[in-house]
Design a protein around this ligand. Structure first.
Ligand code: AMP
Length: 170
């Protein structure tokens, strides 16, 4: 996937000094490569084993909803604070560059038993660990994590006891 890699730009020292920010938004400016990527992500065993997708705010929504359409799977979302109406469950987490929290609508979560987590990028794994705690804390099964990019030097994968598939690893 050399063509895919060429669409991912690196911005040094963004949003903080010392962070190499990988910008995946170039992918959606190229529909052909985007389609190929979604097809490859959708064919993963992790996706096939899950009942539903949970995608992470905000770039995870782009890839998660495209996979949902491609596979005809239902999708729910994990969102940053103050965005979701109704009853929610919420948990704090640490980012490669800060702290935040994620929430899920209780009514959406109640409909499904097993999930594949989808995000654009795996860095330290704090974000996915937060979603994974929210899911397993509510009796849900996690079939795996699917991301476009993995920053393998940060060893985020080591935090999880479920399979992780990333299309590009730096
Ligand atoms: P982490 O919790 O450290 O695995 O961070 C993953 C989340 O933060 C993903 O939702 C990414 O969109 C974002 N993120 C963290 N580090 C980077 C980075 N170096 N480049 C782009 N996005 C990042």
């Amino acid at each position: 996937m050399k063509k895919l890699e060429a669409l991912i730009s690196t911005y040094s020292d963004f949003p903080k000094k010392g962070i190499d920010f990988k910008d995946v938004l170039g992918i959606i400016q190229n529909p052909e490569i985007f389609r190929e990527l979604i097809s490859e992500m959708s064919s993963s065993e992790i996706v096939k084993n899950a009942e539903a997708i949970i995608s992470i705010d905000a770039r995870g929504f782009i890839f998660g909803s495209a996979i949902a359409l491609h596979t005809s799977m239902p999708m729910i979302v994990a969102r940053k604070p103050g965005k979701l109406p109704g009853k929610i469950i919420e948990q704090k987490y640490n980012l490669e560059y800060g702290e935040n929290s994620l929430s899920i609508q209780k009514s959406a979560l109640a409909k499904f038993n097993s999930f594949v987590i989808v995000d654009d990028l795996l860095a330290t794994g704090g974000t996915v660990e937060c979603v994974s705690n929210l899911l397993s804390g509510n009796g849900k099964e996690i079939k795996g994590l699917l991301t476009v990019v993995e920053l393998s030097y940060l060893k985020g994968k080591a935090r999880f006891n479920f399979p992780v598939k990333s299309i590009i690893s730096f």
